[in-house]
Design a protein around this ligand. Structure first.
Ligand SMILES: CSC[C@H]1O[C@H](OP(=O)(O)O)[C@H](O)[C@@H]1O
Ligand SMILES: Nc1ncnc2[nH]cnc12
Length: 291
């Protein structure tokens, strides 16, 4: 049995997690470079929690400047088994207005300027991303949201754009026509890297705006987003507190195998592997490489 450690990545408006018992900062070194910030470790209702603000305090980092590999690597080193991303997003659905928390179950990756894999030359791996979100985490999140009286949508597709500019009207209309639910700039490659690191991942996509497609709403601005962020952030913190109270203390095996994703992914023959890359993979792929 593995002890559950819940990781929380705070997005826009969530730079701290108040209420962490015994909270302390920990600087964790990563061979993948600088993470966004030191992690903040503590507990809620006795459940170990590791918090990382992806834009750092003061929102210093833009989505394209975040070192997603270092972030996931340090969370893995910190022992995180289950990871929740708290993210602001725009909505393409009338029935998902600002204030709605969308428990997305799919992602579309339209980013193009980010390192999106731990693997590559000297150790090639292809993990499945067919089902990118842990169904178990979504169930726990839905129960916690219900208990807190938070309006949730159970399922939806999050399209991740590169940014930092918001979408054009044509892009927004296209995403809407394609049936996507929400848009943001950060959950890819984060979700892919979590899968490679065998960490179960789920997103709470917290709607702040209708992007720019809605005939009755102006095109989104950061000022509009900030107005909604504060109340979303308060609800998110209540959600996390409730989730932690109810969360199983032993990591539950993932029904879709997110926590064993590398069992079927490595293709490079042992004798063709690059020792330098293997060293960097010590945390992410240690389970499978050490055998
Ligand atoms: C401040 S609006 C745009 C910004 O907000 C979202 O960030 P996060 O996912 O970290 O909450 C969105 O992805 C953009 O990065
Ligand atoms: N409309 C939008 N597009 C991209 N990222 C966002 N984050 C919050 N709202 C957004």
């Amino acid at each position: 049995m593995t002890r559950a450690v819940l990781g929380i990545i705070g997005g826009s408006g969530i730079y701290d997690l108040p209420g962490l018992e015994g909270a302390h900062e920990e600087v964790i070194k990563s061979p993948w470079g600088e993470p966004s910030a030191p992690v903040r470790r503590g507990a809620i209702a006795g459940l170990p929690i590791v918090f990382l603000p992806r834009h750092d305090k003061g929102h210093r980092l833009s989505p394209s400047d975040i070192n997603y590999r270092a972030n996931i690597d340090v969370l893995k080193r910190a022992g995180v088994t289950d990871l929740i991303s708290l993210s602001a997003c725009g909505s393409f659905k009338e029935e998902m207005p600002p204030g709605t928390f969308v428990l997305v179950d799919q992602f579309v990756d339209r980013t193009h300027e980010r390192e999106s894999s731990f693997f590559g030359k000297g150790c090639v791996a292809h993990v499945s991303m067919a089902h990118p979100v842990s169904p178990r985490l979504r169930i726990h999140l839905a129960a916690a949201a219900e208990a807190e009286g938070i309006a949730v949508a159970r399922g939806g597709t999050y399209v991740c754009m590169e940014g930092p500019q918001f979408s054009t009207y044509a892009e927004s209309m296209t995403y809407k026509a394609l049936g996507y639910s929400v848009i943001g700039m950060t959950n890819m490659p984060e979700a892919k890297l979590a899968r490679e690191a065998e960490i179960c991942y789920a997103t709470v996509a917290m709607v702040t705006d209708f992007d720019c497609w809605h005939p009755d709403h102006d095109a989104v601005t950061v000022q509009d987003i900030i107005r909604v962020l504060t109340s979303n952030a308060d609800k998110a913190k209540a959600l996390v507190a409730r989730l932690a109270q109810e969360f199983p203390r032993e990591h539950e095996p993932c029904p879709i195998g997110s926590d064993r994703a590398l069992d079927t992914a490595l293709i490079t023959a042992p004798e063709a592997r690059d020792p330098e890359l293997l060293k960097k993979l010590d945390a992410v792929a240690g389970r499978i490489l050490r055998g």
